[in-house]
Ligand binder design. Structure first.
Ligand SMILES: [Zn+2]
Length: 266
């Protein structure tokens, strides 16, 4: 992983994908196959995780929250390395408390990163909280949705623009979703599947290996493996296209970068 590009980082024509998550391990369990696939296609991928995951029931050998945070940050870095993520960052919002986090600050932190990283496409969770219905997922997605909308507006967080950042409009925003629901979970209403990414058996395997970098979460491996599929013999990650920078009709997609303009200057 490399450090955040400086404010005057020249905008490369390279296609870029930014994923916003809530906990270390979401990047693997929720988005791992997609991150692997688009890296192979020459896309620069980044992950911003809102919390260090210190509310986890499974705590490895950690005896304090600080120890657990350090361990989970290291696990996140190892997982991102396996997933070929170019830039990964864990923010310091409270795990299990994103619904009480300061909205202006949380969205502003994401807006600043969008203005630096300048992604074409963003991935996050919908307000349902993804297939698990986790409230932190719902809130990370809500903050990311506002950040997607506001990063391009000079009237939002104008103080960032005095520090060398420029407004940036990502072109597409996707929510993680599925065409199935998990048993034994609170009821959720999931965003419609508009986009199905076939990740294939090898990437499914590698995504499982990335999840296993989260050694503190070992007791969850079996359950997550069952949830991850493959279902009906196919390994896929599914998304809902929630917003686009250019108005369009709904259509079913198999590629997140369909209709993306690479060097669009805004
Ligand atoms: Zn999570």
């Amino acid at each position: 992983m490399k450090p955040v590009p400086p404010a005057f980082h020249p905008i490369s024509a390279m296609r870029k994908l930014l994923c916003v998550t809530a906990h270390p391990d979401d990047e693997a369990a929720g988005f791992g196959g997609t991150l692997l696939l688009y890296h192979e296609r020459g896309v620069e991928t980044s992950v911003i995780c809102m919390t260090a995951g210190t509310a986890a029931r499974n705590r490895g050998t950690a005896s304090t929250n600080e120890e657990l945070a350090a361990m989970r940050r290291a696990e996140f870095a190892a997982s991102c390395k396996l997933l070929n993520v170019s830039y990964g960052e864990v923010l310091d919002y409270p795990d299990g408390g994103l619904d009480r986090a300061d909205l202006t600050r949380a969205v502003g932190d994401l807006v600043a990163r969008i203005r630096r990283l300048r992604p074409h496409v963003m991935l996050t969770f919908g307000p349902d909280g993804g297939v698990t219905g986790h409230i932190d997922h719902a809130m990370a997605g809500t903050f990311a949705t506002l950040a997607f909308e506001w990063a391009g507006r000079p009237d939002r967080y104008p103080e960032q623009l005095q520090n060398g950042l420029a407004p940036h409009r990502a072109q597409k925003l996707y929510y993680h979703t599925a065409d199935f629901s998990l048993p034994d979970r609170k009821p959720i209403s999931q965003p419609t599947v508009t986009t199905r990414i076939e990740i294939g058996a090898d990437r499914l395997e590698k995504k499982g290996q990335a999840f296993q970098q989260h050694a503190t979460q070992t007791p969850l491996f079996e359950r997550v493996r069952k949830n991850l599929g493959p279902r009906d013999g196919a390994a896929a990650e599914m998304y809902h296209l929630a917003a686009t920078s250019r108005p369009r009709q709904a259509k079913f997609e198999t590629d997140l970068f369909e209709d993306v303009i690479e060097d669009e200057t805004r």
